[in-house]
Design a binder for this molecule. Structure first.
Ligand SMILES: [Zn+2]
Length: 120
C-alpha cells in the first residue's frame, strides 16, 4: 500500500492547519481504518478552540500529531466514551466469566477433596 508522508509531519509543518468542520473523522485511523484513534496529549493551543494534539490509535498503536478543533475533539471524546463503556462492559462480562470459572474449578476441587484445610 502506497502512502504519503506521515501525517504528523504534515501536522508539524502546518499543511493540515485548515480543518474542515464536520468532514473530518479524527477517530478514524488512516493506517488500519478503524475508529479507535483518541487524542492522548494536548501539545499546544494553536488558536481559540484549535488544539495541537497527539493522537493514538488504540488498535494499531499508530501515533500522529494533528491539529483539531474543539468540536472535533469533543466528538471523538464522546465516541471514545461510548467505546470505553462498551469495552468496560465487555471486561466485566469477561471478569464475571473468569470468576464463575474460578468458583467452578474451586468447587470441583472441593468435591474431589483436592483442597485440604492446610492449603489455607
Ligand atoms: Zn490504527
Amino acid at each position: 500500500m502506497k502512502r504519503g508522508p506521515p501525517s504528523f509531519l504534515a501536522g508539524m509543518t502546518g499543511e493540515e492547519r485548515t480543518p474542515t468542520p464536520g468532514t473530518s473523522n479524527v477517530e478514524m485511523c488512516p493506517d488500519c481504518g478503524k475508529p479507535f484513534v483518541v487524542p492522548t496529549t494536548l501539545l499546544d493551543v494553536i488558536d481559540e478552540g484549535l488544539y495541537l494534539v497527539i493522537l493514538h490509535c488504540r488498535n494499531c498503536d499508530r501515533l500522529a500529531v494533528g491539529i483539531h478543533e474543539d468540536a472535533e475533539l469533543e466528538q471523538v471524546e464522546r465516541a471514545c466514551d461510548r467505546a470505553t463503556a462498551q469495552m468496560e462492559a465487555f471486561a466485566e462480562v469477561l471478569e464475571l466469566a473468569q470468576f464463575i470459572e474460578d468458583i467452578d474449578t474451586f468447587s470441583r476441587a472441593l468435591r474431589a477433596d483436592l483442597v485440604l484445610p492446610e492449603d489455607f
